[in-house]
Design a protein around this ligand. Structure first.
Ligand code: ACM
Ligand code: ZN
Length: 764
């Protein structure tokens, strides 16, 4: 074949300029212009820094290259020898936005310029992403990139209380953040299940508070625990080590010390700072606990301020996170000291008492030259004057903060909680609930639509949260965080008009082997085949949309028993696999992607779904009122989509209401009926209660209804059926579902409006 070579060279030199294809960078840069040729990265390269200031960044780059090359490149203050160079330089011309950089690669040299060290560091990350995997000949394509972040706060959170992760993993996690240009690490250090930071003045916080006698096993609400002692904490020396490690990667560590709620571990160690005085245990189970810091006791404030003083000594960042979420008010209501405080301070309710706690702490923190940030509950009862809000219960908290001139970091459960499921729960490790795919994260827009431009500037950015109730190991943290973190990194860095889901997915697929090569356990739920039913054109028929997040591989599907049928038509829409099947009878569907040769799935297990048809399935249905927006995905059709919702709840399977609902189904024609039923969920720890009753009536004309009776169900945990068994003829069936009203005493959320969750209607 040797003789072909000159011909090829001839061809390529005749052709117009052969610019390199755009490399698959994550996050996608602001601007990239490709050029011809390559810069060879060999041990002969010198890294040149223009000032001592860049020594840390230069060494970082040298150390990374040393792992790829036979010998580490030289790091020099200025050019002293001939040969290829990577030059890092700070430019003070004022043109470059904060954290921005420009990267210019020619066959002879690489110039990386920024106005700050962080920009140089981000540019180095881009350069590293351009390098081919270890073992191949190392060269990077010639190009020019100018780049800067869209948002200042690009965060990831890690809960080390519910499960503890040692310093080595925390550093790996920080490396992962750095790789995708994230710049805030929110370290959730204290909670009911363990206090994880050494405080010299209060040694019992870690002697007692860092250890629990067992841990919850399995899902919430079952009351099952093991009796294996569990715990751990970071010494102050280790904390300093982590803070320095992060700082070298231009990541600010934001420590969180929870108050006034989520305090059981602290109170187990120092019960005197509670209202009742204890004794308390470090909690084995997950949830929200009634005992909190006593707001009426001045010694509580001395304690919290002492703790925060040590914390501020360890963490140099601007913000200290003081928690503030999920603080029950029961113990304050029953505490003479708390009530006296409310009286002396003129506070009208316990929300204002919570606000008093936060404002008093804020004053202390501000006096030390720092600021507080807290979960959006700190808005209740009045926001502290200089506080920033982390909006987790939706976006309303962030909106309220920004409208009143307070900074906000967006972290809504809907898009930013990476403890939620990211694939079909049947194929995923047990998670807390929810359903947040990598595509959903990518679709997130951090600036809420209702903010005007002058308010939007208060949105600092957003953050992905990794709560670890159900995340037991470092591998599982990686699985839950990656690739969703990569999607969020691009949301936060890349200009809005340069975001493109299909393009991101393609780059992500090219990133998977690199993640694997560096030992990161990324989730491949991207490769799941999603099966989503919708109302068919004809009543009584369901159209099944099968889709995957990628066009790779062949989709195999199986309806009922029998052989797998490869989808030979391979319908690709907008770069992704998509197909619609029609269903008009009960059956089982499986769908999965394979590589094109073998008959096995390659990346992700098959998605399975059973469909049960009855007289109501895929018939015309209305609900008055419509379900609450939070629990409305799929609309009223969800109640007749042939799928019986499972106990293991993802939000898409159930519809939710906060009031009575009337449901009407048109069966299409007069039918012989012997059974009318509907399913409801009993999950009181999630504030979901069974309806009081379901009144059933029938009609032949859709106008005049005659009552058939009312159904009640046994309050079993999980799914219950409300059923009427009577032989009648009718075309229309109406169900009036009576909401349970306020949550009774003795249940979580007592006194609040309960949720009514409904799913499949059965008519036989
Ligand atoms: C939270 O998820 N409780 C902030
Ligand atoms: Zn009290």
């Amino acid at each position: 074949m040797r003789f072909l070579l000159p011909v090829l060279i001839l061809l390529s030199s005749c052709a117009s300029a052969q610019t390199n294809p755009e490399p698959p960078l994550i996050p996608r840069p602001v601007s990239i212009t490709m050029a011809e040729g390559y810069f060879p990265v060999t041990s002969a390269v010198s890294i040149i820094i223009d000032s001592k200031e860049l020594k840390s960044e230069g060494s970082y780059l040298r150390d990374v290259l040393a792992t790829l090359l036979p010998e580490a490149p030289m790091l020099l203050p200025q050019r002293t020898i001939e040969g290829p160079v990577i030059a890092l330089a700070i430019s003070n011309d004022g043109e470059m936005p904060t954290e921005g950089y420009s990267l210019h690669i020619t066959p002879e040299r690489i110039d990386l310029v920024s106005s700050d060290r962080a920009g140089i560091f981000h540019g180095i990350q881009t350069l590293i992403q351009l390098l081919p995997p270890k073992g191949s000949e190392t060269a990077v394509p010639c190009l020019t990139i100018t780049d800067h972040p869209r948002f200042a706060w690009r965060g990831m959170h890690l809960d080390v209380s519910r499960h503890f992760f040692g310093v080595e993993f925390v550093k790996m996690y920080i490396d992962l953040l750095a790789r995708y240009k994230m710049n805030r690490f929110h370290w959730h250090l204290t909670d009911d299940q363990g206090w994880r930071i050494e405080i010299k003045k209060y040694p019992k916080l870690t002697e007692v508070g860092a250890w629990r006698s067992g841990s919850q096993i399995g899902p919430y609400g079952r009351g099952e625990y093991d009796s294996i002692p569990y715990g751990g904490f970071y010494t102050q020396e280790q904390v300093r080590e982590v803070v320095a490690y992060a700082a070298a990667r231009h990541i600010t560590v934001v420590p969180e010390i929870e108050m006034p709620g989520h305090a059981m571990a602290a109170l187990a160690a120092y019960p005197e700072y509670s209202c009742k005085g204890g004794p308390f245990e470090v909690q084995k189970g997950w949830g929200v606990f009634e005992d909190v810091f006593c707001a009426g006791n001045d010694s509580t404030f001395s304690f919290l301020q002492d703790v925060l003083s040590e914390v501020m000594g360890l963490f140099p960042g601007e913000y200290i996170h003081i928690g503030g979420d999920e603080c029950p008010k029961e113990s304050w209501k029953a505490c003479a000291k708390c009530q006296a405080r409310m009286k002396s301070e003129g506070l009208k309710d316990e929300h204002e008492l919570q606000s008093y706690v936060i404002q008093r702490i804020e004053k202390f923190v501000n006096a030390k030259g720092r600021k507080i940030i807290g979960w959006d509950e700190i808005l209740e009862g009045g926001l502290a004057p200089n506080a920033a809000v982390m909006s987790w219960r939706g976006t309303e908290g962030g909106v309220a903060a920004a409208k009143s001139g307070h900074y906000a970091v967006m972290s809504p459960g809907s898009h930013c909680y990476f403890d939620h499921y990211q694939g079909d729960p049947a194929n995923e490790p047990l998670a807390i609930g929810g359903y947040t795919t990598v595509q959903k994260v990518y679709s997130y827009e951090p600036i809420p639509a209702e903010l005007k431009a002058d308010q939007a500037k208060y949105i600092l950015g957003a953050q992905g949260n990794v709560w670890t109730e159900y995340i037991l190991t470092p591998e599982q943290v990686e699985y839950m965080a990656v690739p969703r973190m990569l999607a969020l990194a691009e949301v936060l860095w890349t200009p809005k008009d340069k975001r493109d889901e299909a393009d991101f997915i393609k780059r992500l697929e090219l990133e998977f082997p690199k993640l694997e090569a560096t030992g990161v356990n990324a989730s491949k739920s991207l490769y799941q085949v999603r099966i989503k039913p919708r109302q068919g054109n004809k009543p009584g028929t369901i159209e099944l949309d099968m889709s995957s997040g990628t066009s790779r591989g062949t989709c195999m599907y199986r309806l009922e028993e029998g052989y797998d049928r490869p989808d030979r038509t391979q319908s690709i829409v907008n770069g992704f696999y998509q197909k619609t099947l029609l269903l008009n009878q009960s059956g089982r569907l499986e769908g999965y992607l394979t590589d094109t040769i073998s008959d096995r799935w390659t990346e992700y297990p098959p998605s399975k779904q059973e469909f049960h048809f009855n007289l109501a399935t895929a018939q015309k249905i209305t609900t008055t009122p419509p379900p609450a927006e939070r629990y409305s995905e799929g609309g009223a059709f969800t109640l007749v989509d042939g799928i019986t919702a499972q106990e293991k709840r993802v939000n898409t399977e159930w519809l939710g209401w906060l009031k009575d609902v009337t449901i009407t189904v048109d069966l299409g024609s007069e039918q012989d009926i012997s059974h009318i039923g509907i399913g409801a969920l009993n999950e009181t720890y999630s504030w979901i209660h069974l309806p009081k009753q379901v009144e059933v009536s029938i009609s032949s004309d859709g106008k005049n209804y005659s009552p058939l009776g009312s159904a009640e169900a046994k309050a079993t945990v999980g799914r219950s059926e409300f059923v009427i068994n009577k032989a009648v003829k009718a075309r229309y069936v109406r169900l009036v579902v009576k909401h349970a009203g306020l949550i009774p005493e003795g249940f979580p959320g007592a006194g609040k409006q309960s949720w009514l969750f409904l799913d499949e209607i059965e008519v036989h």
